[in-house]
Design a protein around this ligand. Sequence first.
Ligand code: PLP
Length: 454
Amino acid sequence: MPEFSTAQVHAGEARDAAHGARVTPIYLTAGFEFDSFAQAEGRFGGEEKGYTYSRSGNPTTAALERRVAALEHGREAIAVGSGQAAITVAVLGLVQAGDHILSAQSIYSGTRGLFENGLRRLGIDIEFVDDPTDLDEWRRRVRPNTRTLFGESIANPGNEILDIEGVATVAHENGIPFVVDNTLATPYLLRPGAYGADIVVHSASKYLGGHGSTLGGVVVDQGSYDWAASPFEHLTGPDAWLEGSSYVQEHGAAAYTAFTRSVIASLFGPVLSPLNAFLIQQGVETLSLRVQRQSDTALAVARWLEAQPEVVRVDYAGLESHPAHELALRYLPRGQGAVLGFTLAGGIADAERFYDAVELFSRMTHIGDVRSLILHPASTTHAHLHRDLREETGIGDGLLRLSIGLEDADDLIDDLARGIAAVKAADTIVPDRIVRDTGLPEPIATDAAVAAGR
Ligand SMILES: Cc1ncc(COP(=O)(O)O)c(C=O)c1O
């Protein structure tokens, strides 16, 4: 098996027989022409290999799928239109009404909204493990109808590191698969499959694409979970479309991807444009270079922030002071990623001063870009959450989130020094207001917040 940087430029490539194009062309076509009646019938019936319609498969998208699957050492991948689509498709390939999902508490707010608002409305029950580092809590909270465990390898934005091997053991003791969102780590820093994750999902909009231009998502089946011995009757039981046969009988180890591709991704339809697949694949080709550099710069930035008296906490697992540092050393020896949070002593007033003072950091919601970005989660991405839940999950009023890009570390630190200077100039560490409290009894994500991709 080639090393990572070789694989990121070569894995899964199919040479273009027609013209010898070295880069996978953008097959921007809705459908694919059939030579004959018999060929059309054979393609739809599955007896003949080939494409029919870009919602069910496209050569440019397939090239990206093969490459990401190879980088994760997975069996097969499905690429879709966004990270949210990837999580939706991955999970709906497993669960149905009446089933239960057990997730780490510290996950991306959009995923939380998807689970609490979107999936609950479909009759799927969701629960969050309060302390994802406590394997006994995971174990205790698995129910007879739990059908998947879910977590993020590096949690956005708190930098909690998931004990993937430990949670995978709990999942497998209970005969269920473990789904890991590996967006912040990327397969360059960590392959969750190496520690027992069965399905790995990505927002390809972040580091895989890497340039902040394109949304996409990928679901990778690691090939580790035995679908034939699973409790998933939609895979093991007779299926009308398969004339009474089952996905396991027809597709063996590929049962989950066959079902999820043809029934969930293709019929719900969150398709990835072939143009976006091309752009994401271009990004993947430089993934290791970007992520190594971004991680190294993030550590330098985190160390600098930690030394500022105006900063009371830095959430970066690469720092010795972070509670997940031991787990980070174990799971992320190459680097701990490039998303970090820091909390200003002066609460929202100082956060606002800091945020408005920076010139190089872009004020926006996104991560994994070549440009460095800054966000105030409590008033934006997490504003829809009940204040107590925000505080519990480490989203205080003084917290700012950074996504470190490819600029020089010194320039970034100079820019952050502008923020600190603005805080100092105000000469106060007393919060003069708090982020509004929704007063809602339950943590709940609004449709608008979720739709806005927060
Ligand atoms: C960890 C994580 N997963 C999933 C998503 C959703 O990705 P997308 O915006 O591509 O839908 C995000 C977005 O920020 C994320 O940070």
